[in-house]
Design a binder for this molecule. Structure first.
Ligand code: HSE
Length: 428
């Protein structure tokens, strides 16, 4: 029986999860495809660390070349994470003709062109189903299943940590800090949550999804990014009263002026399917000219969902090699031209702390109407005892530049701007 040799770079949660699944599936793999998958070497930092019993410790090495330079190893599963040295080692493996399977969204997003060029040079394939959306097969869906569609819009919840925090804040009335401390205690948020709460993780994932959906590489530098640490209970309550939830969304649109992409907290209509995505779940909602609106939903992180997605990549890779069939997974992409979009249209949520004085509302209304910004709803709850008044405005769709200018023109002695958030246009 033909043996296919695999090398693992890293053996933490994900790497050991892959080793476990591979052990469990080896028999069915032999039966179905007539191939025996064999792990030949596992790169680790520390040889003395205790490993789960399904990891064969005789395979552990601290020498990366036992994986990268072994000509028998045809498949490299990268489970190290981070940008370097992961990106360099993946490029090296690909150039040497080894197929690479990874979940590393950071290395992929930052070295997209380089990795694809290395794959083309080595006639090898790069697989990354687990990099976005964990268990959701969104990469295969965009790459294969939806290829007959022109996708013009993609809106996604692709960071489980922030969705979990916003869900606790919404459903239990917790403040951001309280929700974060709880999530950290439960191991659901990292000790340093910056990459998640500042939208960096979602930005990397959006770069990957957009590059596939729109057939042009969308570099991370072209993505506007805003985190969610400034969202308060007041925002969540106001949004709910107006018929919305608040979600950290990753959004990309193909417009005639170029690609418009951002990660930011947004108001989502309660009847939109993304509003019902709770906890650490992920979902991608998109629109294609043939498929119309569609949404995929699932677990976006965790050892088993991620290792499962990597395993199916590995199975695909080995099956394709066995059938001597090639996926068109490696391709060189032109970079999306810098967006010529001068402005974008959106409805906005504006929360203000204002002086409780005559003329303040007129001042706010004047600044908005001068710039042709229509008001759809206005909240000024009486029961929230505070000095001054809290005013929340929901605008009609308006030019973003005009809204930012109107807000900047408020007299700071009369009005303090607490939060300005975009509102998702699709009612769902
Ligand atoms: N930190 C990520 C999230 C997990 O919270 O979704 C993996 O990308």
């Amino acid at each position: 029986m033909k043996q296919m040799y695999i090398g693992l770079l890293g053996c933490g949660n994900i790497g050991s999860g892959v080793a476990k699944l591979l052990g469990e599936m080896a028999d069915s793999f032999r039966e179905s495809y007539g191939i025996a998958p064999v792990i030949k070497a596992i790169l680790v930092r520390d040889l003395t660390k205790t490993r789960p019993d399904y990891v064969d410790v005789s395979l552990l090495t601290t020498d990366k070349d036992r994986v990268l330079q072994d000509p028998e190893i045809g498949y490299v599963v990268e489970c190290l994470g981070g940008e370097h040295p992961s990106a360099d080692w993946m490029c090296e493996a690909l150039r040497l003709g080894k197929h690479v399977i990874t979940a590393n969204k950071m290395a992929l997003a930052l070295h997209w062109q380089e990795l694809h060029a290395a794959a083309a040079a080595g006639q090898a394939q790069l697989y990354y189903e687990a990099a976005v959306g964990g268990a959701m097969p969104i990469i295969k869906m965009l790459h294969d299943s939806l290829q007959a569609n022109r996708i013009d819009r993609l809106t996604a919840i692709i960071n489980g940590t922030t969705n979990y925090l916003l869900t606790r804040m919404t459903d239990e009335g917790l403040g951001y800090r309280e929700a974060l401390t709880d999530a950290q205690a439960l191991g659901l948020a990292e000790p340093d949550p910056t990459a998640d709460v500042e939208g960096e993780d979602a930005m990397y994932k959006l770069s990957i999804l957009s590059s596939l959906a729109f057939h042009r590489h969308l570099p991370v530098q072209a993505i506007e990014r805003e985190g969610m640490t400034h969202i308060t209970q007041d925002d969540i309550r106001n949004a709910r009263e107006l018929g919305y939830s608040i979600k950290l969304l990753a959004h990309a649109t193909q417009t005639e002026a170029g690609m418009d992409a951002y990660v930011s907290p947004m108001l989502v209509p309660l009847k939109h399917p993304l509003s019902s995505v709770k906890g650490a779940f992920n979902a991608v909602f998109l629109h294609g000219h043939a498929c119309g609106d569609m949404m995929i939903y699932g677990r976006g992180a965790g050892s088993a969902p991620t290792a499962g997605a990597m395993m199916s990549d590995l199975i695909n890779a080995m099956r394709q090699a066995a059938e001597e069939r090639r996926l068109s997974a490696c391709f060189e992409q032109a970079e999306a031209p810098a967006s010529m979009l001068q402005d974008r249209m959106s409805a906005f949520y504006i929360r203000l702390a204002a002086q409780d004085a005559t003329g303040v509302l007129a001042h706010i209304a004047a600044s908005l109407s001068e710039r042709q910004i229509g008001v759809k709803a206005l909240l000024q709850p009486e029961e929230r005892a505070m000095e001054g008044a809290q005013i929340t405005i929901l605008t009609h769709p308006a030019s973003e530049k005009s809204v930012r200018a109107a807000v900047a023109a408020f007299d700071p002695h009369l009005v303090q701007v607490m939060n300005v958030l975009r509102v998702e246009a699709n009612e769902g």
